[in-house]
Design a protein around this ligand. Structure first.
Ligand SMILES: [Zn+2]
Ligand SMILES: [Zn+2]
Length: 147
């Protein structure tokens, strides 16, 4: 029952929540649910292969009900984790140098679309930021020189 609730919650989100975030969300609907139950269930679901446990850094593990091949991108500003489409999973489920590749973990890091917009907005507001973007070399110029 609780196992199902946790799985359904994960299937309904793309936010890759931590165990704490899963607990906080479920606690609203199931006030009697124990934090330990959430942690143990996430552990059991991970072992059963029903969900993915993401350990991208020293921070808390995150959970993902999407167990298909996809790449995770983490924003270094807000630390949100996004699914991105990157087709570099060609060896998944195949044999590579005699090894049976059963899982692949690829992570991408940078600044997400929301934070990038914030940065651009902040840059255009301050004269200092305007100067910074103004000194950037234009890619068109570079291309023209190369060809
Ligand atoms: Zn961000
Ligand atoms: Zn994911």
């Amino acid at each position: 029952m609780q196992r199902l609730a946790i799985l359904e919650f994960l299937e309904g989100t793309k936010a890759h929540p931590t165990a704490d975030e899963v607990y906080t969300a479920l606690h609203k609907t199931y006030p009697t649910i124990a934090r330990a139950t959430v942690y143990n269930t996430l552990e059991a679901l991970t072992k059963a292969g029903a969900i993915l446990q993401l350990t991208m850094d020293q921070g808390a593990a995150r959970y993902d009900a999407d167990t298909g091949p996809h790449v995770h991108f983490r924003c270094r500003v807000c630390e949100r984790v996004y699914d991105i489409d990157a087709r570099q999973q060609r060896c998944l489920g195949k044999e590579v140098d005699g090894h049976q590749v059963e899982a692949m973990r690829t992570y991408a890091f940078g600044v997400c679309v929301a934070c990038h917009k914030d940065e651009l907005a902040a840059a255009s507001e301050t004269p200092e930021g305007r100067k910074k973007t103004g000194t950037r070399r234009s890619p068109e110029k570079e291309k023209g020189r190369a060809s």
